[in-house]
Design a protein around this ligand. Structure first.
Ligand SMILES: *Cc1c(COP(=O)(O)O)cnc(C)c1O
Length: 385
């Protein structure tokens, strides 16, 4: 296993361009040529690296990028990306003017925000594009269906605004194989769109589907698909995978894009009965060779992986012994002949025939793959391979 050869880093993250492109092709096949594909790159592109991932995603055929905050959108502009960028979260008031100047699209669902954006657009002599978000049952962001038409009417009177999109978001599609709740949300969304049409407003780009809906609920495909986790090659959940198989859809192959690797800082020889790490939570039962990995929970290697996960070394598994500390953890390499300081270990990814998936770490840590990825420390260097 080879890594960056300059020796500046103890750990790094590899982004596999071919896997990303393969995932984009899968969604393109689902979406057809005319629907827009938006790559959700919030949370540092789910830990993959905002800039490192966005360029390759666009090169692979993604049409739009979706971010949470204005800062993320502005960072993309700073990096020279000129594609359409939609902010999925609310823009902080102090960022609105810069966001309008840089042509970031806004998600809007309240009057005060719309007025602020309009005022900034007028000051700059620009048109701000906005996507109106409808509340259909997630109760996080959005305005009630009954208020959508009057909101459009109010927006039409504000200068400097163009209503480009109508959106909503599913609450309960990843956690079940039942489509009952998403069907209700979809019906409300369609109701809102019909009311807008009847009131005589141009129909903007409609979008509600994220990864899971795009795969298991084709009726939810409208003008644009917001792909997050699937773009990175993970299934949203076991239920989504099961749902896909139960509905006998063609096998949908996703390829994990990210690998996380580190180098062994030191090999230690312990006698039988030695304690390892904080809390002395592990005691050796045999003479043990222990490899020290200079990675910890500050980097996103969850403390819940203490005495539970394994890393890969020379194509073999090396079990975590003792607690994960802030910047260190240790693994047992007694049964891996030749293990030496400087060797590369794989924390997430493949080595030979063995794989550690983000989902597997999530299961051990009591969370979901999304969180394992999103919490990878942005300071870890990312390299596109
Ligand atoms: C994060 C997010 C997505 C992407 O969801 P995935 O399940 O990762 O595909 C889509 N839309 C909104 C509004 C989001 O916040």
């Amino acid at each position: 296993m080879s890594g960056p050869c300059d020796g500046r880093f103890w750990q790094w993250i590899e982004i596999e361009r071919k896997a990303l492109a393969s995932n984009v092709r899968r969604f393109r096949a689902l979406a057809g040529p005319r629907r827009l594909l938006l790559a959700v790159v919030k949370a540092n592109a789910y830990g993959h690296g905002l800039i490192e991932t966005s360029g390759p995603a666009l090169a692979a055929g993604v049409d739009w990028l979706g971010v949470h905050s204005a800062e993320e959108g502005l960072a993309l502009r700073e990096a020279g990306l000129g594609c359409p960028i939609l902010m999925l979260g609310p823009a902080a008031p102090g960022r609105i003017e810069e966001a309008v100047r840089q042509d970031l699209r806004f998600t809007v669902y309240d009057r005060a925000a719309a007025e602020g954006i309009s005022a900034a657009a007028v000051r700059l002599g620009k048109t701000a594009r906005i996507h109106v978000k409808v509340e259909t049952g997630t109760n996080r962001q959005g305005l009630p269906v009954a208020e959508v038409v009057s909101f459009f009417a109010r927006l039409a009177r504000l200068p400097g605004l163009e209503i480009e999109g109508l959106s909503s978001h599913f609450a309960n599609i990843e956690d079940t194989t039942s489509l009952a709740y998403p069907r209700r949300q979809m019906a409300l969304f369609n109701e809102a769109a019909a009311a807008v049409r009847e009131a005589g407003y141009p129909i903007p780009i409609k979008h509600i589907a994220a990864t899971a809906a795009a795969i298991v609920f084709p009726e939810s495909l409208c003008g644009l698909i917001r792909m997050g986790i699937g773009l990175y090659g993970l299934w949203p959940s076991k239920e989504t995978y099961l749902s896909c198989r139960l509905r006998k859809r063609r096998p949908f192959v996703l390829k994990p894009v990210l690998s996380w690797r580190a180098r062994i800082a030191q090999i230690r020889r312990l006698s039988k009965g030695a304690f390892i790490g904080y809390g002395c939570s592990y005691r050796t039962t045999r003479p043990t060779r222990l490899a020290v990995i200079p990675v910890g929970y500050a980097d996103g290697y969850d403390r819940g992986l203490s005495n539970a996960a394994y890393v890969l070394l020379r194509g073999k598994r090396a079990v975590v012994r003792g607690r994960i500390a802030m910047n260190f953890f240790t693994v047992d390499v007694t049964d891996i002949p030749g293990a030496a300081a400087g060797d590369v270990v794989t924390l997430i990814g493949r080595d030979g025939r063995e794989t550690v998936s983000a989902e597997a770490l999530a299961a051990l840590a009591g969370t979901i793959g999304y969180e394992i990825l999103a919490r990878l420390n942005p300071a870890i260097p990312r390299r596109v391979i």
